[in-house]
Design a protein around this ligand. Structure first.
Ligand SMILES: CC(C)(COP(=O)(O)OP(=O)(O)OC[C@H]1O[C@@H](n2cnc3c(N)ncnc32)[C@H](O)[C@@H]1OP(=O)(O)O)[C@@H](O)C(=O)NCCC(=O)NCCSC(=O)CCC(=O)c1ccccc1C(=O)O
Length: 266
């Protein structure tokens, strides 16, 4: 597969996957998701790989979710190469491959982790963040939601009240605040981020791969029901993206204006 939207590197047993769309703050489009799935599957299949690092190119963003500029008027994102009937992004498959790859995945959050980009780090096994990183959801502001792992699993990590606050208010949280919530494992200076992520990955690579695999599946088993919730949520999102209400959120973001959802409160 031609990798236009990501960088993929394998070195000393560690696979590093970098979302490489810094012009749009590493927002993802259909092709980005396909390439991420490809890289995670390759790392899964490669017996030499013991740990995976997911990060974003540049200093400003880890990932800011779905690329609002590739979202079309009716029905979601513009990607035609994926499975039909969805939102135009195979995001559900990406979530599953990050969860199911039997090797720990470390999110190295180098800047904004927002919207669907925030969900990616939530799903990763571990998160190391740069001091300047910012975290948050934006769905209710831009006419979107992730009712699966992005909300139910988030609530498992930070608790129900905090998860509801994160989604209902759509505010941004610092790396230190996220560490306090248990959403980030470690905070380091920006220039040390990749060194620390590699350091943790090396430590993981020295451990028993079978023990790590069974532990990961054991942690996952306790929240496996969320996959069903995720399917329902993505199917609902595909319907929601066809509405004027959802479109108002996307258009306001593109036009850099305040959003007006008042007329949809009926
Ligand atoms: C990240 C910001 C807070 C940064 O703000 P700021 O520093 O002021 O910089 P900007 O001028 O806003 O941005 C610079 C430049 O980047 C472009 N850009 C940033 N994010 C995106 C994006 N997501 N899509 C397209 N373009 C983006 C921005 O337009 C600027 O370009 P110029 O040409 O220079 O003007 C801020 O940028 C921000 O809030 N970004 C939007 C984040 C966002 O709303 N993301 C979508 C979230 S939707 C969601 O949460 C749904 C739930 C979900 O998880 C999901 C589930 C299933 C499928 C998809 C999604 C999904 O994420 O859509």
């Amino acid at each position: 597969m031609q990798l236009t939207d990501i960088l993929y590197d394998k070195h000393h047993g560690i696979a590093t996957i970098t979302i490489n769309r810094p012009d749009v703050m590493n927002a993802f489009r259909g092709a980005t998701i396909q390439q991420l799935i490809y890289a995670f599957r390759d790392a899964w299949d490669d017996v030499k790989i013991g740990a995976v690092i997911l990060t974003g190119a540049g200093q400003r963003a880890f990932c800011t979710g779905g690329d609002q500029k590739t979202k079309v008027d009716v029905g979601g994102y513009d990607f035609n190469g994926g499975l039909g009937g969805g939102i135009g992004l195979e995001i559900e498959q990406l979530h599953l491959v990050i969860r199911n790859i039997p090797k720990p995945v470390i999110a190295a959050v180098n800047g904004y982790a927002i919207g669907g980009g925030h969900v990616l780090h939530v799903i990763c096994d571990l998160t190391i963040a740069a001091e300047h990183a910012k975290f948050g959801q934006t769905g209710p502001t831009v006419g979107s939601f992730d009712g699966g792992f992005g909300s139910s699993y988030l609530a498992r990590i930070v608790g129900d009240k905090k998860a509801r606050e994160i989604w209902y208010l759509c505010e941004q949280y610092s790396a230190a605040e996220c560490q306090e919530m248990g959403l980030v494992n470690k905070v380091v200076a920006g220039e040390l981020l990749m060194d620390e992520a590699l350091n943790w990955a090396q430590k993981i690579c020295a451990k028993s791969p079978t023990a790590l695999k069974i532990l990961k599946y054991s942690f996952n088993a306790d929240t496996a029901n969320i996959q069903g919730i995720s399917q329902l949520s993505m199917a609902s999102l595909a319907l929601f993206y066809k509405t004027d209400e959802s479109n108002e959120g996307r258009e306001a973001f593109i036009e850099k204006r305040a959003v007006n959802f008042a007329k949809f409160r009926k």
